[in-house]
Design a protein around this ligand. Structure first.
Ligand code: CUA
Length: 310
């Protein structure tokens, strides 16, 4: 049996098991003694209570034993904590940016991804921050979790031990799209990773010059709230939106407009100016988050989302 998906799993699990073990022994001991006393000293057998004046040996035992147990729990906990916070020098760096409502990973060579792609058996250090509100990066299979705080860089590290695909969740409530703020870790063999790593670097360079709207749509979190198949999510569907008439609320005034390039551009930069009727005004403004080239690419992409049969 594989013991855990990372090198951390066994260390976290063993401490957890130790504490559970101690708790079970104490539970059985205390409950057993209680039941024994209740039966042995029942009223029919012991009609008159005795006054016990003290027992030095017993008192030393019940002082010393819990003290040693608590110190032991502290010691293994401390050793585990130091291990979790001490990053190996050769760890690979990946920057993690959380935003409403997606995860974005940037590698040392400039490669970017919406999925955390990692080589197996290599330590990795994640530098975690947020571009808007509090989020929290959690990889349950790896036993790791760390808050993403705007204006601050938190870190965690681990070494994946088994190739495969694992869930990443946001575990700090961050608004309407919180539950949709999910992605994956893909742990692959070293060779596959190296191939992806250099390809992704090339792509990143090409995309900086000419961004890909469809990719941005997924990576920048648009798809968490907007479908492209006509179904409503947190936000209106973007299928066939381009050039279509929509009813919007400007302030509290209802009006009809055409979702042309100017409207879509404005809706990206200042989403709460004209909100599509029936949807909450909760989209975070993308000003300063998306580059002009990225906004152009996204609008170009929206233009391709024609309705079927049109
Ligand atoms: Cu991001 Cu919850």
């Amino acid at each position: 049996m594989v013991h855990g998906w990372t090198n951390l799993s066994s260390s976290v699990d063993s401490i957890f098991l130790l504490i559970v073990g101690i708790s079970v022994v104490l539970l059985i001991g205390v409950t057993g003694t209680m039941v024994y006393f209740a039966v042995h000293y029942r009223r029919s057998k012991h009609p008159r209570a005795e006054n016990i004046e003290g027992n030095l040996v017993l008192e030393i035992v019940w002082t010393l034993l819990p003290t040693l147990l608590v110190l032991e729990i502290f010691w293994v906990g401390w050793k585990g904590f130091v291990f979790l916070r001490t990053v190996p020098k050769d760890a690979m760096l990946v920057k993690v940016t959380a935003r409403m409502w997606s995860w974005h990973f940037t590698y040392e060579n400039g490669a970017t991804s919406g999925v955390l792609i990692l080589p197996v058996n290599k330590p990795v250090k994640l530098l975690i921050t947020s571009s808007d509100v509090l989020h929290s990066l959690s990889i349950p299979a790896f036993h790791v979790k760390e808050d993403a705080v705007p204006g601050r860089e938190n870190y965690l590290w681990f070494q994946p031990a088994v190739t495969g695909s694992y869930d990443i969740f946001c575990t700090e409530y961050c608004g309407m799209g919180h539950s949709a703020m999910v992605t994956k870790v893909e742990v692959m063999p070293e060779r596959d990773f190296a191939a992806w790593y250099s390809t992704a670097q090339g792509q990143a360079i090409a995309e900086a010059a000419r961004p890909d709207g469809a990719k941005l749509f997924a990576e920048k979190g648009c798809s968490a709230c907007h479908s492209i198949d006509g179904s409503p999510k947190v936000g209106p569907t973007l299928q066939g939106v381009f050039g279509h008439r929509v009813t919007v609320l400007t302030g509290s005034k209802e009006r009809q407009i055409t979702a042309d390039e100017a409207y879509l551009r404005k809706s990206l930069i200042d989403p709460s100016a004209d909100v599509v009727k029936g949807f909450p005004p909760i989209m975070p403004p993308q000003k300063g988050i998306l580059t002009d080239a990225e906004i152009d690419a996204l609008i170009e992409y929206l233009e391709t989302l024609r309705e079927h049969g049109h």
